[in-house]
Design a protein around this ligand. Structure first.
Ligand SMILES: [Zn+2]
Length: 594
């Protein structure tokens, strides 16, 4: 496709040049009465290419065949720029063929502040666009799953929200709440509609209130912000999705770029208010290319369906797991094994443990912490929420994820994922592998202590099972901040401690070089923690450590997780109060006192 594309472009450029040269030559030699028609006839093969055959990309200036462009979901074949599509095109791309039933098609707003020529302008637009208002809503199926769907259209008064748009969106959520259906809503808007004055401002509160009732009914809302989503729509329903999705390059913001530049008297960076910027700052879950959107929406809806499969004869935890070796590693031995450069990280285990994985991003407050992974996926068919410390291989990867040391936004992102797990009845699986929560100025400014404390408080009464596995080092509050669980497993060389052995040696003996001695003294191995009834299960690592056979390690973990999720889900389903009391007692009994 690239070749065809660059050939086309080269041909067009060459033609244009040739045509200009010829034009100059003609002008010099042809009498003035020979007009443009004669020219075009002589060079008919150089005639401008009809617009209905070709598309020019405003982003990279490339030219492509309309047919190829349309086949590519109106995305530039060269640079991936997503062209704006209208509401009907958007629904056609998303809903299963023939499934869309439009609702409230003829619903009109009034002219609440008698704005000059507003009514006239609306009728003109209705004629031109074939739409009655800036949003189309209805019922449809996506990948076979019934849902309520809506799409805004920026061609209709910039997709602005007046009373009719607010009313249709509110009804969409109310109907979805009544019918117990998910909502999939594509926004594209300049914000509130000025021509309707204060009434349009109130639509922000009205739509948000309907979203809240839908949310309280435990139903899924997927908000897809498309280019552009700004102003009062960003500041209301569009930002309130359980999962917020966008396409690459989308403009998303509250205030307009020029307004901000004017206020602060500074030029803003190129990527300001683009999808990638919004994701980095914690307000977006995922950026999905347009041609993968439908598949992703289908899988995400499926991951939120109620899953009830208590398989008969599920093995009890521990049964059939590989046996532990005779050798009980000392702390210092564990330390050297978990520091092996080839030690598998969470990111390597994920595809071996789960399918249909969708990573979610952001704490909806200050940022997206790369040191904390959150996402949803399937464990042997069962939808689960996955949370864990992310480490990298090598310096660059590790710098990118801050060596697995989260900031407060990492813990807040994790909590957001847990609350969603609770809403949709999914068990939570957390993977512990951190030297500790990050110690730094920014972390303190944003409340590292509060963020960890909040998680300890909120995890305890979570109404879904929580299973944690220490896969490397479990350092301090940074580990516990995602490890208040019903059952804790550790791989056989993992460690879990109140402070890193190095920190221990330096605090107690004022000599960090004595860390091996500290590791052997501080009772930090899986065996030590099992003796202290803090760890429930030790998962055998392959002979010389998990790095020698990551697939085998993953298979052991998967076997353990599948059986444990099964057992705990059944317990929570049968008697949630007793199951939560057991979690409380698990921690309550730690710390013998006489
Ligand atoms: Zn392009």
């Amino acid at each position: 496709m690239d070749d065809t594309f660059s050939q086309m472009r080269a041909r067009l450029e060459a033609d244009k040049k040739f045509f200009e040269q010829q034009e100059c030559a003609e002008k010099a030699s042809v009498p003035a009465d020979v007009g443009q028609v004669g020219m075009k006839d002589r060079f008919s093969y150089l005639m401008p290419i009809p617009d209905d055959m070709w598309i020019k990309c405003p982003s990279c200036q490339g030219v492509m065949l309309r047919e190829d462009f349309e086949e590519n979901h109106s995305v530039c074949l060269n640079c991936g720029h997503c062209f704006r599509v209208n509401a009907r095109e958007r629904i056609a791309m998303t809903a299963d063929e023939g499934s869309f039933e439009e609702l409230w098609e003829t619903l009109f707003g009034k002219d609440p502040i008698s704005f000059p020529r507003y009514g006239h302008r609306l009728s003109k637009l209705q004629e031109k666009t074939g739409m009655t208002e800036a949003v189309i809503v209805g019922k449809a199926a996506i990948g076979g799953y019934p849902c309520m769907i809506g799409a805004m259209d920026s061609n209709f008064l910039m997709g602005s929200m007046g009373s009719a748009v607010g009313e249709k969106i509110t009804r969409l959520f109310e109907e979805a709440t009544k019918a117990k259906l998910p909502v999939v809503l594509f926004s594209a808007s300049g914000g509130a509609r000025m021509q309707e004055g204060i009434v349009s401002l109130m639509q922000m509160a009205k739509t948000s209130a309907a979203v809240e009732r839908h949310h309280r009914a435990g139903l899924l809302y997927l908000s897809i912000m498309t280019d552009p989503t700004t102003g009062g729509v960003t500041a209301s329903f569009a930002s309130l999705g359980d999962i917020i999705i966008t396409e690459p390059g989308t403009l998303i913001g509250f205030a307009g770029r020029r307004v901000i530049e004017g206020t602060i008297a500074q030029a803003l960076p190129e990527d300001f208010q683009r999808a990638e910027f919004i994701l980095k700052h914690g307000f977006m879950d995922m950026i999905i290319p347009r041609k993968e959107m439908k598949k992703a929406l289908t899988e995400i809806i499926a991951l939120h369906l109620k899953y009830s499969s208590v398989k008969n004869g599920a093995p009890s935890t521990g049964a059939g797991l590989p046996p532990l070796s005779e050798h009980r590693s000392k702390g210092s031995e564990c330390l050297s094994i978990i520091r092996n450069r080839e030690r598998p990280t969470l990111m390597e285990y994920l595809p071996m443990l789960f399918t249909d994985i969708y990573e979610t991003h952001g704490d909806r407050s200050v940022g997206d912490d790369a040191a904390m992974f959150t996402g949803i996926g399937r464990l042997d068919g069962r939808p689960v929420t996955i949370i864990g410390h992310r480490k990298g291989k090598g310096l660059l990867e590790n710098q990118a994820c801050n060596f697995g040391m989260p900031h407060p936004e990492g813990y807040r992102k994790a909590l957001r994922a847990m609350k969603q797990a609770e809403k949709f009845g999914r068990p939570v699986i957390t993977f512990i592998d951190t030297p500790g929560a990050y110690c730094g100025v920014a972390a303190e400014e944003r409340g590292q202590g509060e963020a960890i404390a909040r998680n300890l408080l909120e995890m305890m009464p979570l109404t879904v099972p929580i299973i944690s596995i220490v896969i490397g080092e479990g350092g301090s509050g940074g580990a516990l901040g995602i490890a208040v669980c019903d059952e804790l497993a550790m791989t056989s060389n993992a460690i879990y401690s109140v402070i890193s052995p190095r920190g221990f040696a330096s605090l107690i003996w004022k000599d960090p070089s004595r860390e091996n001695e500290a590791a052997d003294t501080a009772h930090i191995t899986a065996y030590d923690l099992k003796d202290m009834k803090i760890c429930n299960v030790i998962l055998a690592e392959p002979e010389s450590g998990a790095h020698s056979d990551p697939a085998e390690m993953a298979s052991t973990m998967k076997q353990y997780l599948t059986a444990t999720a099964e057992r705990l889900c059944a317990a929570f389903e049968a008697d949630p109060i007793a199951a939560m009391e057991a979690r409380y007692q698990r921690f309550r009994q730690i710390g013998d006192c006489s």
